[in-house]
Design a protein around this ligand. Structure first.
Ligand SMILES: Cc1cc2nc3c(=O)[nH]c(=O)nc-3n(C[C@H](O)[C@H](O)[C@H](O)COP(=O)(O)OP(=O)(O)OC[C@H]3O[C@@H](n4cnc5c(N)ncnc54)[C@H](O)[C@@H]3O)c2cc1C
Length: 501
């Protein structure tokens, strides 16, 4: 089969779809990415309002350190070295209403000193905590380009760390936090929804940050997306925006069926030799494929696993220079903030983008507040059934959030000149993600980060990539799921896999 005649259609132009497109194009396929939205990136988004840019995704990018293996993988899909990374000395700061505070440093020695200053009585637990970060920071993640067998020797060398990872994987952030007696230290391990996540996620983030391998990129997530799109277009690939796929088309075979293209919402049919879905997993299985390839195994995660929560984001354009504020300020509230029926938050975090000059005019600052919720139904039915009430609720939440910010920086509310509120209904409208999930499959204690199958039984010439086949999600799941998917297509088609071409 001649490789230049082979066409791959990719549903969804989020990071995973774009990375798959770059790998496929590098291997000589003709690729067309179909993205329903008018900008690519999916959850890796930011938007402009009246001179401010509001970021939703990027806190840190794993693989920012040029000497790390993940950086090498980013280089396969874009010119990552064109990004300007900011390594924060302070990750964030936790404050109580009575003026107590705890700084979370990215340097482990400084973090340890800060925790000991705050809670000398917790010394043993603090030292165990920081020793674990140091150990995990050195852990070499299995190379995504190599099989498990090829990765085994390196993993065997990391055996003590693997045992530690196994122990920690059984605990949630909140459970780990209970080891400390000091209430402020405990609160550093989160509460509510995010506190239920496996504590491993926290250890990895702190470990990578300590190695300067999880930095923020100036311009946020869209700066990364633009680089991948540039790479794709430079290789001759095609990205079509405003192209919503309604159906994946199937040819029935004697033994197996095969994907042969897609039909857009406009009615247009696009034929392809392979179809890759980089869109929401639930919509792919239940809608685009009409539920035809659901087996007990493929149905199971959607019936039994938990998704990451959805969220509201209150974004504020503030006519103040907030230099000196930490990048993240978490306020512990005496009286909880009510987000919606069923969601009361005792911790509210603000991101203060004083470190990204591209996000606000000089002397002004973009500030965002992330409010997790699992009440997707409430926001989506309110938006559809009563638009006025939906707006009123958005304004109420924004006013409450501004009041909290004013208690952190007194008088700041008078400088707020732009207010933008997105809800779970917005997340769903712009990305199609199931229940407005922010990151796909949630990882509570005991659940594995192991990738899920990327094919469906009984369906040939079809694969899935992205956060719905990579529990825990995150931007790295783009290249990490795209690479093996294209490798297996190449293998099937007897085409050389050339990711560094
Ligand atoms: C608040 C927040 C903070 C985060 N922080 C970080 C962080 O600091 N670091 C990090 O690494 N990750 C972070 N993430 C996670 C990361 O953004 C996601 O896991 C990742 O972007 C998912 O990429 P994806 O391509 O798998 O899916 P998506 O981004 O959801 O892309 C799917 C794409 O498919 C399109 N689509 C869906 N249906 C159709 C259809 N029928 N036809 C055509 N197109 C369709 C959608 O419009 C979308 O563009 C964060 C996410 C959020 C929301």
């Amino acid at each position: 089969m001649k490789q230049d005649a082979r066409k791959i259609v990719i549903v969804g132009g989020g990071i995973a779809g774009l990375c798959a497109a770059v790998y496929a194009q590098k291997c000589g396929y003709q690729v067309e990415v179909l993205e329903m939205h008018d900008i690519p990136g999916g959850l890796a988004a930011n938007w402009r309002r009246c001179g401010y840019t509001f970021e939703t995704c990027l806190h840190w990018l794993y693989g920012s350190n040029p000497s790390s293996p993940m950086h090498a993988q980013w280089r396969e899909v874009c010119d990552i070295d064109r990004l300007t990374f900011i390594d924060h000395e302070i990750f964030g700061c936790i404050q109580t209403e009575s003026g107590e505070s705890l700084t979370i440093y990215t340097d482990v020695d400084r973090l340890e000193a800060e925790f000991l200053r705050r809670a000398p009585q917790d010394e043993r637990t603090v030292r165990q905590f920081t020793a674990a970060i140091r150990k995990i920071a050195k852990f070499r993640m299995p190379s995504p380009g190599r099989s498990w067998v090829a990765n085994l020797p390196a993993l065997a060398g990391d055996l003590p760390c693997l045992l530690l990872l196994r122990q920690l994987s059984r605990l949630s952030c909140m459970e780990y936090g209970q080891r400390f007696t000091d209430p402020l230290l405990r609160s550093a391990f989160g509460e509510g929804e995010m506190g239920q996540m496996t504590v491993l996620a926290l250890f990895f983030s702190l470990g990578w940050m300590s190695q300067h391998d999880a930095a923020y990129a100036i311009g946020g997530s869209q700066a990364l997306i633009r680089l991948i799109v540039d790479k794709l277009i430079g290789l001759g690939g095609r990205l079509r925006l405003g192209a919503r796929v309604e159906r994946i088309l199937i040819a029935n075979g004697a033994e197996n069926n095969a994907a042969v293209g897609v039909r857009l919402a406009s009615g247009e049919v696009i034929a392809a030799d392979w179809v890759i879905s980089a869109a929401d997993g639930h919509a792919t299985l239940y809608d685009l494929l009409g539920g035809k390839y659901l087996t007990e195994a493929t149905r199971k995660p959607y019936e039994q696993m938990q998704t990451f929560p959805s969220y509201l984001q209150v974004s504020l354009g503030v006519a103040r220079d907030l230099a000196g504020q930490p990048p993240i300020v978490t306020r512990l509230l005496d009286a909880p903030l009510s987000v919606d029926p069923g969601t009361q938050l005792r911790q509210v975090s603000f991101r203060i983008f004083n470190f990204d000059p591209t996000f606000a005019p000089a002397g002004k600052t973009a500030v965002t507040c992330f409010l997790p919720t699992r009440n997707f139904e409430y926001w989506s039915s309110l938006e559809q059934s009563d638009h006025d009430a939906y707006q009123v609720e958005k304004h109420r939440v924004a006013a409450d959030v501004i009041a909290v910010l004013d208690s952190i920086v007194p008088g700041i509310s008078s400088g707020v000149e732009v207010v933008d509120v997105s809800t779970p209904a917005t997340v769903h409208r712009f990305t199609g993600n199931w229940k407005g999930s922010m990151e796909g499959w949630f990882i509570p204690p005991g659940v594995s980060f192991k990738p899920m199958p990327n094919t469906l039984p009984g369906l040939r010439h079809f694969l899935m990539v992205g956060q719905w086949v990579s529990p825990g999600g995150g931007l790295p799941c783009g290249p990490m799921t795209a690479r093996p998917a294209i490798q297996s297509i190449c293998h099937y088609d007897h085409v050389p896999f050339t990711p560094t071409a």
